[in-house]
Design a protein around this ligand. Structure first.
Ligand code: SAM
Length: 313
């Protein structure tokens, strides 16, 4: 059976075109081999610049046996983001999600995060191609565009906990703010002053919309810039939020310079359990006291995201 053979990075765009033109073979599924995604075609289908290969098709199991679906997904408004081992499993999950009546209209498979803006590489598995959505959490509404900005709903509880700790009139720097989930959730609840910084101009554009969309008790000032330069000019903050878990370590001494003595840093880092102790010793060596430590969520058998609250002594 003829299949389009597409590099994984282009799969989303090609699958969308194939489906729009009604060229995907009915009752056969999309699958991948880790590098290429194979899209079954109706008829000969020599189209576009993609390679066409003649290989055995994978009939969809739908209708023959009930599809057993397992695995969790992140719901971001009308978008579901799933992690699955292969396209076959992803298709089965997507099918079940779309039929679940949860208002999800697009299901994407997450194949990793990359680049300085920490964007998700997403492949459309089922539903409509639309990466923009409104998302609600902790009493606020956020507009996100997963094509242009990072967003994850997984820190919603973390944001709620933090918003309860912030005192009135605190001066806060949200150093890697994205579309502003930390800033907006905190400023919704507390009268405080937040400078929200991100180097991604699209994130700052959406942050402006998110500020306008929510009734805030505090103020949020959006700044588009690179923390490695901008934060040098900042001092006297009561609190700095550092949500860049893959690389927070290289910005910690800058953050420490921006916070007043006795002020706090909410620090997130992805760490292997074997390196956690050493990391904490390094942090203490920088003149920061560890007030609290929480495991936010696991990333693998040995790696987790940790949340540390640090006090400048
Ligand atoms: N706090 C947001 C959230 O929870 O959705 C975004 C977190 S995301 C993991 C990290 C953000 O840091 C991205 O939006 C990225 O554009 C931004 N970023 C990465 N390097 C940066 C830098 N040097 N200066 C400012 N922002 C940066």
């Amino acid at each position: 059976m003829k299949h389009l053979k597409v590099p994984k990075e282009r799969a989303s765009e090609v699958i969308r075109k194939v489906r729009e033109k009604g060229l995907q073979a009915r009752n056969y599924g999309v699958f991948n081999d880790g590098t290429y995604v194979y899209v079954p075609l109706e008829g000969e289908g020599s189209i576009w610049d993609s390679e066409v290969v003649d290989i055995e098709g994978r009939p969809e199991k739908r209708g023959e046996t009930p599809v057993r679906v397992s695995g969790s997904f992140d719901a971001i408004g009308t978008i579901a983001v799933i992690k699955a081992r292969d396209m076959e499993k992803a298709s089965a999950m997507a099918d079940s999600i779309l039929k679940g009546g949860s208002g999800i209209r697009s299901v994407y498979m997450d194949t990793g995060i990359s680049g300085e803006y920490r964007l998700r590489n997403l492949i459309l598995v089922a539903g409509e191609e639309n990466r923009t959505s409104l998302y609600r959490e902790n009493g606020v509404t956020l507009k996100v565009d997963l094509e242009k900005v990072y967003f994850s709903p997984r820190l919603a509880t973390e944001r709620l906990i933090l918003s309860k700790h912030v005192a009135e009139d605190e001066k806060i720097l949200d150093m890697f703010c994205g579309v502003g989930p930390f800033s907006i959730v905190i400023a919704r609840k507390q009268k405080c002053n937040i400078v929200a910084l991100d180097k991604n101009p699209f994130a700052i554009e959406l942050l402006r919309e998110n500020i306008a969309m929510n009734r805030l008790a505090g103020t949020v000032i959006p700044v588009c810039g690179d923390a490695s330069e901008y934060v040098k000019s900042i001092s006297g903050m009561d609190r700095v939020i550092m949500n860049l878990p893959e690389n927070s370590g290289s910005f910690l001494s800058l953050a420490s310079g921006a916070v007043r003595r006795g002020g706090l840093i909410n620090y997130y880092e992805n760490l292997d359990v074997t390196s956690l102790e050493q990391r904490m010793e390094e942090i203490v060596g920088m003149g920061l006291e560890i007030v609290s430590k929480r495991e936010v969520h696991t990333l693998s058998r040995t790696e987790s995201m940790y949340s540390l609250e640090l006090k400048k002594t």
